[in-house]
Design a protein around this ligand. Structure first.
Ligand SMILES: C[S@@+](CC[C@H](N)C(=O)[O-])C[C@H]1O[C@@H](n2cnc3c(N)ncnc32)[C@H](O)[C@@H]1O
Length: 238
């Protein structure tokens, strides 16, 4: 995800599918400091419950950013699911992730019903073009009372010209995505018996300033902070 709308008039973006986009993004995904991921981590981490003895799923786990944290917080079982092999290869380089990674689609999860006490889907829901099917699958794999945390890029950031884009091979690569509103996502969860417990819409602020500075974009920071940059929702299965 990029907040650098200045580059776009000079480089016509190359549009790619979510699968191709993440294949191309995998080598650099964790190399480039990302202010939105930092904001999400400091927003979502304090919401997580005690995970000792719990079974967790990181859906569209990418490089295993959240699965690694969930296991470090004491989860007793966990799996990360993603349809992009190069992302899973990066995840698999982390010792705590070995044996926990599954190549597959979030719209047809290769898990038994009722296996998980908690699931996270971070920065991926907009790539799941059939949201009802995704939520149906989540409902199937969760136990009663289980919690789900979902985060994504905020629609108001889109409206201000931010893009799901990154630089690769000298060009700007933009990944196609759905433009669900937060209300549409919450309604899909409600329709499948997952009750909204909490919705946060944080903005970038001081902790992220150094990331903009290190990317030589310090001047952009004041323009983007104060506007909701991401959303984080917590749902509970009835
Ligand atoms: C922006 S990355 C986020 C990765 C990770 N959740 C994080 O927050 O660091 C989006 C991820 O969603 C995965 N993805 C997109 N559509 C998917 C699908 N239908 N099934 C499984 N994974 C999918 C991509 O391969 C990619 O790894």
């Amino acid at each position: 995800m990029s907040a650098d709308s200045r580059s776009l008039p000079f480089d016509a973006p190359r549009w790619v599918s979510p699968h191709e986009g993440h294949v191309l993004w995998a080598p650099s995904y964790e190399e480039t400091p990302n202010a939105l991921l930092a904001l999400e981590e400091r927003t979502l981490d304090p919401l997580l419950p005690d995970l000792r003895g719990k079974s967790v799923l990181d859906l569209a786990c990418g490089t295993g950013r959240w699965l690694e944290r969930l296991m470090a917080r004491g989860a007793s079982a966990g799996a990360g699911l993603d349809f992009c092999a190069p992302m899973l290869a990066r995840a698999g380089a982390k010792p705590a992730m070995r044996g926990r990674l599954v190549l597959g689609d979030c719209l047809a999860m290769p898990f038994r019903p009722g296996v998980a006490d908690l699931a996270i889907c971070s920065f991926a829901v907009a790539y799941l073009f059939d949201i009802a099917r995704f939520v149906d699958e989540i409902g199937r794999v969760l136990r009663r009372g289980a919690q789900v945390f979902v985060s994504d890029f905020h629609p108001s950031a889109h409206a201000r010209g931010w893009h799901r884009a990154f630089r690769g091979g000298g060009s700007v690569i933009e990944i196609t995505s759905s433009r669900y509103s937060i209300e549409e996502v919450c309604a899909a969860f409600a329709d499948h018996g997952l009750e909204l417990r909490q919705l946060l819409e944080p903005s970038l602020s001081e902790p992220e300033r150094k990331i903009f500075r290190s990317a030589d974009k310090g001047d952009l920071f004041d323009a983007v902070c104060g506007v909701p940059a991401i959303w984080v929702a917590q749902f509970q299965q009835h």
